[in-house]
Design a protein around this ligand. Structure first.
Ligand code: NAD
Length: 320
């Protein structure tokens, strides 16, 4: 008999076919958000769960699924899953690292350029028919050459951002609880520093740490007060790492200059005041959204799921 699997949202069509051949599949919804009651009702007889970062897989969900063997998350971040509780129940948890690193790093650079050179604001200006000719002071922005990029979280994506940033002649400083190898620091021209020093020195601050209890509101009022008033803040990691209300205040009071966000504290809601600010670029959580990457993420999630269901060690097992 095929194992019973709950898929919370459809995967890309070509990957759906391959999953349907291997398991008895129940697709929960094709809406962006799966209602919690439905998740709780449908998980009860499943051995496998393939889910996304929008699904909160907590103790209550896990308790409803006595036969569950594996939770395969189609994302690298696993902050939506109660890892410790899953482990205590002997349930494997997997993610999709590596395959999304380059796409997310690309998007980070796109946000850096868009905020530093005011691209979205300038685009709006053209569409509104306001462009009346070249002017010496039209949309002046910040030049990247020679500026300092502070990377918080120097893992896969943080390092991929550093590689790209070198091409723009940015000076790279970083903070991470685990200092990188000296050879890698040299290769990337990256200098390790404390978080406090990073806030004080960086012209552009980019977050690439996972969301954990330790990184929740890692940047709040106190941290904004340490930053340069010309600083640009980029977040393509997870929304709650940034105190969004404190960000609004910092932008309004000129404590920092601009922000580029792909993720939000209470996704999909966005602090209303951000929506009317010209110095903020807002994206709808599309860090990994390229055809190639999303396909690879789907394939990796399916592979992990099937390995776990067969009793094998999945390739991307998340260690707790
Ligand atoms: P990774 O595990 O390779 O790197 C994370 C790094 O953060 C590690 O080096 C870790 O030591 C460091 N870190 C942990 N706690 C920290 C702290 N308190 N302060 C500073 N650094 C800390 O992960 P990755 O593949 O680079 O992904 C990073 C995060 O990016 C993911 O957890 C995910 O939430 C997010 N992400 C977002 C998107 C998107 O669509 N916007 C796409 C992919 C990943």
């Amino acid at each position: 008999m095929k194992p019973r699997v709950l898929l919370t949202h459809p995967l890309l069509p070509e990957v759906m076919d391959c999953l349907e051949k291997e398991v008895e599949l129940e697709l929960a919804t094709s809406e962006a958000l799966l209602p919690r009651e439905e998740l709780l009702a449908r998980i009860s007889d499943k051995q496998g769960l393939l889910c996304f970062l929008t699904d909160q897989i907590d103790r209550e969900v896990i308790d409803r699924a006595p036969e569950l063997k594996i939770i395969a998350n189609c994302a690298v971040g696993v902050n939506n899953i109660d890892l410790k509780y899953a482990r205590s129940r002997g349930i494997l948890v997997t993610n999709t690292p590596d395959v999304l690193t380059e796409a997310t790093a690309d998007l980070t650079l796109a946000l850096i350029l868009a905020t530093a050179r005011r691209l979205v604001e300038a685009d709006r200006f053209c569409r509104q028919g306001k462009f009346l000719g070249w002017q010496i002071d039209l949309f002046l922005g910040q030049e990247l050459t020679g500026r300092v990029l502070g990377i918080i979280g120097f893992g896969r994506i943080g390092r991929a951002v550093a590689r790209r940033a070198r091409a723009f002649n940015l000076k790279i400083i970083y903070h991470d609880p685990q200092r990188a190898d000296i050879l890698l620091e040299r290769e990337l021209g990256a200098e390790f520093c404390s978080l406090e020093e990073l806030f004080q020195r960086a012209d552009i601050i980019s977050i690439h740490a996972p969301l954990t209890p330790q990184t929740h509101h890692l940047i709040s009022r106190k941290e904004f007060s340490m930053m340069k008033n010309t600083a640009i803040l980029i977040n393509t990691a997870r929304g709650p790492i940034l105190d969004e209300k404190a960000l609004v205040e910092a932008l309004k009071n000129g404590k920092i200059q601009a922000a580029g966000l792909d993720v939000y504290e209470n996704e999909p809601s966005i602090e209303p005041e951000l929506l009317s600010m010209d110095n903020v670029v807002l994206l709808p959580h599309i860090g990994s959204a390229t055809f190639e990457t999303r396909r690879k993420m789907c394939l990796a999630a399916v592979k992990n799921l099937l390995q776990g269901l067969r009793g094998e060690r999945p390739e991307n097992l998340v260690e707790v």
